[in-house]
Design a protein around this ligand. Structure first.
Ligand code: PXP
Length: 239
């Protein structure tokens, strides 16, 4: 199992002040130091967190693969062609949404996605599609000859009823098997945290997880005491 760490929300915090910290690049380097297998960033069309220059700086500085999440639009395709990340993960994007709300309609957008693939794959950029655990979408991704799919675990993560969680887990397992049978590599992500990740990590076909928000949230808790202590020390050292 590989862990790709999404550093978007480090940039969210920086953008709250339009300043230089916290820097998602610093977070990416710390994630690598901790053993992360790759770094993920989502360059949204509204640039609400990650900025173009963050992607370039992270691409230059990290030693693990960079996974660029983006919408399948011309501007982003051009950007990806210039930056050449290890992998592009296409996601649906709505400007009003707080976060990615569901998987791609690969079947409905088949021709468009094929054109996008034709502009990325020849450059050696791996082509991944974020999809719901839905056989129709997985079969369409296989027909498109995507390298991989990322199964959307957003629904799984939002549920609280144990029976419903189990049902969704089974759906994810079936989707993962279906994708592997059709020659796709299988990744998963969205909404995963320390409490719900184990059942997903246990799905044998899933090779890679993308996790962001819960890591940044946890980092605030684990780091806050030290940050306050350092500040008190500075304040109290004044004669
Ligand atoms: N995978 C995809 C396709 C996403 O859009 C996101 C959120 O940017 C993630 C994974 C990570 O989700 P989270 O931040 O909830 O861990």
């Amino acid at each position: 199992m590989r862990l790709f760490v999404n550093v978007d929300h480090v940039a969210t915090l920086r953008q709250a002040r339009r300043t230089v910290e916290p820097d998602p690049l610093t977070a990416a380097l710390l994630a690598e130091k901790a053993g992360a297998h790759g770094i993920t960033v989502h360059l949204r069309e509204d640039r609400r967190h990650i900025q173009d220059d963050d992607v370039r700086r992270i691409r230059q500085a990290i030693t693990t693969p960079l996974n660029l999440e983006m919408a399948a639009v011309e501007e982003m395709v051009e950007f990806a062609r210039a930056v050449r990340p290890y992998q592009v993960s296409l996601v649906p994007e709505k400007r009003q949404e707080i976060t990615t709300e569901g998987g791609l309609d690969v079947r409905g957008q088949f021709d468009h996605l094929r054109q996008v693939k034709e502009r990325l794959s020849p450059l050696g950029i791996r082509f991944s599609l974020f999809v719901d655990p839905d056989f129709d979408q997985i079969d369409a991704a296989a027909r498109l000859q995507a390298d991989s799919i990322e199964i959307n675990t957003g629904q799984y993560s939002e549920l609280s009823d144990p029976g419903a969680i189990e049902q969704e887990r089974v759906k994810i397992c079936s989707a993962a098997s279906r994708a592997q049978e059709r020659g796709l590599k299988v990744f998963a992500g969205h909404g995963l945290n320390l409490a719900n990740v184990r059942a997903i990590a246990a799905v044998p076909q899933i090779e890679e997880l993308n996790i962001g928000h819960s890591l940044v949230a946890r980092a605030v808790y684990t780091g806050f005491e030290r940050a306050v202590s350092e500040m008190l020390e500075a304040v109290e050292s004044v004669e």
